[in-house]
Design a protein around this ligand. Structure first.
Ligand code: EPU
Length: 318
């Protein structure tokens, strides 16, 4: 999740005027939604409305909107597939940008063993494209339910790999609408974080693989898929809630503390994996926040370990 939390003069009651102003700056193929319920755009299925959900159909519209926001001190943020996001019940002030249009979904193969992937493309689609091009190394992306842009921001990973292992370069837009290209070595990144992308919008990434056999790649993708379905819940969640502390995996810690099955309202610690909080259908964001707080407090009191959330918590209280 990339965001620009400037000291804002914007008031949420001005949201309709904001939409009207933005509609003058964008073409009809780009979408602007007023008061859009973020629960419909997050895998956790909670969260209040975004004042404006903006789905650009071209780079120029995106640049116009971020420039307008910078000029008028309107906060904005980019969301990927909403698979690592907990939006508070009061929703999000300003503009939420989602690169869901086909323009940002393109995946192109380059003969020097790389894929140029639009920031809106699904990681599963990238894994499939790599398999079809007989490129190995990207199999682990198959099971991460996010987009390339979100994965870059979070340095997302699974099965021992992370997206920065594959990265050559990133094209991004800054908050004045200018487009830049940076090589991997020019970016700051750590376990589950890329601070360089917090206030920039990733547009595409060049990912590299190694030559492989399509059948072997397919077999590894199947193996990773089976491992995931046997060890992670299918119920709505935002994936792992906490980063793994250095001493032991957060899921194992929560399990050892006997906290699996703990429930606050409709939010519950999964019975299958301790680091997943699932929505039983009726949860609110505040149920999840209270459950997270309870787990962090219990872990601290009983083990001295500070659990840090991996899930990005955004938005306003109800
Ligand atoms: N474990 C338990 N009890 C549990 C859960 C896990 O004892 O309830 C044990 C497992 O048996 C294993 C160890 O803890 O020995 C680690 O568990 P797992 O293999 O499931 O990996 P993880 O560290 O919990 C990480 C990523 C996941 C990714 C998996 C699979 C983080 C925070 N999580 O989980 O990523 O899917 O590896 O490779 O790094 C995510 O980032 O949202 C996410 C789900």
């Amino acid at each position: 999740m990339t965001q620009n939390q400037i000291q804002s003069k914007y008031h949420r009651r001005d949201s309709l005027a904001l939409i009207e102003a933005l509609s003058q700056l964008t073409c009809p193929q780009s979408q602007l939604h007023h008061q859009f319920p973020m629960a419909n755009r997050t895998t956790l299925r909670v969260g209040g409305p975004a004042d404006c959900l903006f789905i650009p159909s071209q780079d120029e519209d995106l640049a116009n909107v971020v420039r307008h926001c910078s000029r008028h001190q309107v906060p904005w943020m980019v969301v990927g597939k909403g698979s690592n996001l907990l939006v508070r019940d009061g929703g999000i002030a300003g503009v939420v940008i989602q690169l869901n249009h086909a323009h940002f979904h393109r995946i192109e193969f380059h003969p020097e063993k790389s894929l140029i992937c639009g920031a809106g493309s699904r990681l599963k689609a990238v894994a499939n494209a790599a398999r079809d091009a007989s490129l190995t190394g990207m199999e682990f992306l198959e099971g991460i339910p996010g987009s390339v842009g979100g994965a870059l921001r979070m340095n997302a990973g699974a099965m021992g790999g992370e997206i920065f292992d594959l990265l050559d370069s990133v094209r991004f837009m800054d908050s004045s609408g200018e487009v830049h290209d940076l090589q991997k070595y020019q970016l700051q990144y750590h376990y589950r974080s890329c601070p360089s992308l917090t206030s920039h919008i990733a547009l595409s990434a060049c990912l590299s693989g190694r030559p492989g056999q399509t059948e072997d790649i397919q077999a590894r993708m199947k193996q990773s898929n089976e491992k995931r379905w046997s060890s992670q819940p299918a119920a709505p969640s935002a994936g792992c809630t906490f980063k793994n502390p250095s001493s032991l995996p957060a899921g194992k810690l929560i399990d050892q503390l006997g906290l699996k099955g703990t429930q606050v309202g409709g939010a519950m610690v999964s019975d299958i994996h301790g680091n997943f909080m699932v929505n039983n259908g009726q949860a609110t964001a505040s149920d999840f926040l209270n459950l997270i707080q309870f787990i962090r407090q219990t872990a601290l009191e009983k083990t001295g370990i500070h659990l840090e959330t991996e899930v990005q918590i955004v938005g306003e209280e109800a």
